[in-house]
Unconditional design. Structure first.
Length: 184
């Protein structure tokens, strides 16, 4: 999980940067700019995620040597490394899409999607995989990845792809005008 934490710093930075950039573009009335910023950020983060995915898949036998020389630990890490690879890949895209949503003013959607995906899908799926089907840690982790993170990523990607960016820019302009009139 240390490797996931290290790699996760990159998408978290993209989350913040993309959210600000999309919000600025929408606030300026530039829907095309917000769309372009979204495409660039998601693509760059996906490429970085794919790079780390390939590294983990190629060196899954050697990764554990960084942390331990115990044969038991080496075997466990080798067994779980494929889940680590998919965790890294999905966690490279999901935060960026969340940043787009936050920058677009869809914070409540992100909160509901997050809660629904993790607590209504991911946790029960992980429980079933881990305890009912006796996959243990691997099942719990797989349930959270494929039941929670993957579903959330797909939903956010769908919402982002279907977005009418010019309409979102108009909404942002309306909000800015509303609040600027209140302040005067």
């Amino acid at each position: 999980m240390s490797i996931n934490g290290w790699e996760m710093m990159i998408p978290i930075a993209f989350f913040a940067g993309t959210g600000v950039r999309v919000a600025n573009e929408l606030g300026a009335g530039n829907g095309r700019g917000a769309r372009f910023a979204t495409i660039v950020s998601v693509t760059q983060s996906l490429i970085i995620g794919l790079f780390f995915w390939v590294i983990i898949m190629l060196f899954h036998n050697q990764i554990a040597w960084i942390f331990s020389s115990s044969e038991e630990v080496l075997m466990a890490v080798n067994k779980l490394s494929i889940l680590l690879a998919f965790t890294v890949l999905l966690n490279s895209v999901q935060p960026v899409l969340s940043g787009v949503a936050v920058g677009s003013g869809w914070q409540s959607y992100v909160a509901y999607i997050n809660l629904g995906c993790y607590y209504c899908i991911g946790v029960p799926f992980g429980f079933v995989m881990g305890w009912v089907f006796n996959f243990g840690v691997m099942g719990i982790w797989a349930g959270m990845i494929f039941g929670g993170t993957a579903v959330q990523t797909m939903i956010l990607a769908f919402i982002t792809m279907r977005c009418d960016w010019e309409k979102e820019a108009q909404k942002a302009n309306t909000r800015v005008n509303k609040w600027s009139n209140i302040i005067k």
